[in-house]
Design a protein around this ligand. Structure first.
Ligand code: FE2
Ligand code: FE2
Length: 164
């Protein structure tokens, strides 16, 4: 990390981290959509898969604004969260219990994204990059909405069914 000298360097490094994360999430979501049992959960995951494609596009725009090549940097944190989701899908046979487990993993993903976008926006503010802030806030809003929707699905029925 010898090349990280400034807040702008830190910002671009974190941008690479979330870019890698979004692309890994994009790869993981189709299996989650397929494995989801609850219809609303399935739809919510599919909607978020489409949103994630747009988020990758927005991140590519931010790279362009920063004059940096759109490249991901391997992020162990998101790999770990996705590995946990895969473990659930491999090991849980009861569909209701699997739904509850997948919502838990999906919310871990959303919270990871929310913290990364929060930091990126704070740094973009310091750097006076209002153009980047707008794009990052659009992504953050989608993550927050996805998280809230997952809470609603879990608490309105999935958790109860899993406990039955
Ligand atoms: Fe995302
Ligand atoms: Fe997300």
């Amino acid at each position: 990390m010898a090349k990280t000298k400034s807040l702008e360097d830190l910002f671009v490094n974190l941008l690479k981290d979330i870019y890698y994360a979004e692309k890994q999430i994009l790869k993981a979501l189709p299996t989650m959509v397929k494995k989801a049992h609850d219809k609303t959960l399935k739809e919510a995951l599919e909607t978020h898969r489409k949103e994630t494609e747009g988020q990758v596009d927005r991140l590519e725009q931010v790279f362009k604004l920063m004059d940096a090549p759109a490249r991901g940097k391997k992020c162990d944190a998101i790999e770990g969260i996705i590995a946990e989701a895969k473990e659930h899908m491999d090991e849980i046979e009861d569909p209701q219990v699997l739904d509850a487990g997948m919502i838990g993993s999906a919310q871990a993903v959303e919270h990871y994204e929310i913290t990364r976008y929060g930091t990126l926006i704070a740094w973009a503010k310091e750097l006076g990059r209002d153009d980047a802030i707008e794009l990052l806030e659009a992504n953050l809003d989608e993550e927050k909405n996805a998280d809230e929707l997952l809470t609603e699905i879990a608490e309105s029925r999935v958790n109860q069914q899993a406990a039955a």
